[in-house]
Design a protein around this ligand. Structure first.
Ligand code: PHE
Length: 342
């Protein structure tokens, strides 16, 4: 029996030394020290021994149990340490490695001006209405009092989709006026920023695609005074309180009377210089009182209601605002250019 015990001791200690992980260690503990383990199996036979042998073997068995327990504990500690070291190595974080740089985008100069206009007008109680870029000639022209034969409808000026010139890329945001007046009743106060298209050759001041912002107000008793007050507010918010405006008679088919609005050149204060090309004034938008025919065409009684409308070119605002001399820069997507407008 003594031999058997020593055999168990040797085997278990070898096996424990070879254990690769805590789970293996635990099954060795059960195998050797468990209730049904090998040591217990031997101890069960103590009763067969003589009374002299029994305490000797009993003591040896206890010693061996203690040795196996110590060995298990040591190995367990060693395995934990190894595990921890591996984790520390695997999860090592080198805080000195330079970080990855994320390039933060910037708003496009046109978007800045667009947002600014939306801010100014929503502050005055306007809401934003959108309209389609692919439009019927009926909306882009006819119902805006621009009959067949008007030069703006020329194939040289407009992108048509169909041979009968019925469908086109809108040349202005003004057709949005019609969509709004068809779907809502006065009082109406909307702006409508968006893309428009004209058959223009690309140069420093022209692009076949550009942006406008339409404005429309319709209510009882709206006068040219409301138009002037609103547009003066726009100009002062954009260019500062000291900005001077000039309302010049003009012609648009869908407004009567019509005007163009100029801002006094802030470079020369009206003297005439390179910026304003000697004019002293810079044109910023077109406007007018909504033509009675346009109102009645949308089922709004021009005897009861009146309104004003305006259209602003957003590229022009952006170019003036940021001193950009060539319109093409706005559409070339050169990051060196675009990143300057943060
Ligand atoms: N749609 C006109 C243009 O493109 C501008 C405008 C809008 C004029 C509304 C008067 C009223 O030139």
């Amino acid at each position: 029996m003594k031999n058997k015990l020593e055999e168990i001791a040797r085997q278990s200690i070898d096996a424990i030394a070879a254990a690769a992980n805590p789970e293996a260690l635990e099954s060795l503990r059960v195998k050797y020290l468990g209730k049904k383990g090998e040591l217990s199996a031997v101890l069960k036979q103590l009763g067969t021994l003589s009374s002299e042998e029994r305490p000797v073997i009993g003591q040896l068995a206890n010693e061996i149990r203690a040795r196996i327990e110590d060995t298990l504990a040591e190995k367990s500690a060693a395995l934990q340490t190894a595990l921890l070291e591996r984790r520390l190595r695997d999860e090592a974080l080198d805080v000195t490695i330079p970080g990855k740089e994320f390039a933060a985008g910037a708003r496009h100069p046109l978007r800045i001006v667009w947002d600014e206009c939306v801010d100014i007008f929503t502050g005055m109680g306007f809401s934003v209405a959108e309209g389609p870029e692919i439009e019927l000639a009926e909306y882009n022209f006819t119902r805006l009092n621009t009959e067949e034969g008007h030069p703006a409808r020329d194939r040289q000026d407009t992108f048509y989709f169909t041979d009968d010139d019925r469908v086109l890329l809108r040349t202005q945001t003004s057709p949005v006026q019609l969509h709004v007046m068809e779907s809502t009743r006065p009082p109406i106060r909307i702006i409508s920023p968006g893309r428009v298209y004209r058959k223009d050759e690309v140069d420093a001041t022209h692009s076949p695609m550009f942006h406008q912002m339409e404005g429309l107000v319709v209510d009882r008793g709206i006068t040219m005074g409301d138009l002037k007050g609103t547009l003066n507010t726009l100009v002062r918010r954009l260019y500062g309180d000291g900005a001077k405006t000039r309302f010049r008679p003009h012609h648009f088919p869908f407004t009567e009377p019509s005007c163009e609005v100029d801002v006094q050149c802030f470079e020369c204060h009206g003297e005439g210089c390179r910026v304003c090309k000697g004019e002293g004034w810079i044109e910023v938008l077109g406007a007018g009182m909504v033509h009675p025919r346009v109102l009645s065409g949308c089922g709004i009684d021009p005897d009861e209601y009146s309104g004003f409308a305006f259209g602003v070119g957003l590229e022009r605002l952006a170019m003036r605002r940021f001193n950009i001399s060539d319109l093409r820069l706005l559409f070339e997507n050169d990051i060196r250019f675009l990143s300057q407008f943060n």
